[in-house]
Design a binder for this molecule. Sequence first.
Ligand SMILES: [Zn+2]
Length: 257
Amino acid sequence: MLIDSHIHLDSGVYSKDLDALLLRANDVGVQKLLTPGTTVESSKKCIEIAQNHNGVYAAVGVHPHDADTAPDGYPDSLSDLLSEEVVVAIGEIGLDFNKNYSKVESQLSIFNAQIKLAKEKNLPMIIHNRDSDEEMENCLKVGDYFNGVIHCYTGDVGFAEKLLSMGFYLGFTGIATFGKKELEDVIKMVPDDRLLVETDGPYMTPVPHRGKRNEPAYVEIIAKRIAELRNASYEEVSDLTTQNCLRLFEKMNNSDD
Ligand SMILES: [Zn+2]
């Protein structure tokens, strides 16, 4: 069994063939998937998809790209959504000083508020971090909450060590197949019990499909590449990443039928 721990199933590019997409994922052993929201509306859509599809779970959160347009009262709206059985985490939250689609101040403000919410509700966080290592570390320390995954990890070994020592898991996407030496070094050093795999679809499509739409079945390609890099078997990597995902996102153990 394999879990796609991060896939944006609410993306418009999946709306026409979502069922076929999930069947193809099932065919290669992907039995559970976690779909994180990026706005309040997107979070609601993710919940609806999770409620209508076996094995799909949701997270609720406002993405740093959408920080500027977060509606007043969004923490209460997110909080209300937590009563739904299929919601297993707070995400996707974080900081992105690379694209800077939203102002730095709004990114910091909504990230801090959502760390607080996750801590209050004792839920794991799904965290996005791009070119914001220093501020990320600071927010997490101030929030004093270290439960979650740094998804689509693309940083260096030094920052990875820091995050691992805080207690975080690291998630890896199709970028693992791009031949980036620095990232490969990180993938080799992550302890067995902190590794997660994810497609981050529809983005980050792995080789040999790079340039096309990503989909959850491709998490198999990513797990195979990670196995190669770690001198492990594919079965070992699928087993340990599945166990890790179910340990971190405890509520994914519940049946969502
Ligand atoms: Zn994402």
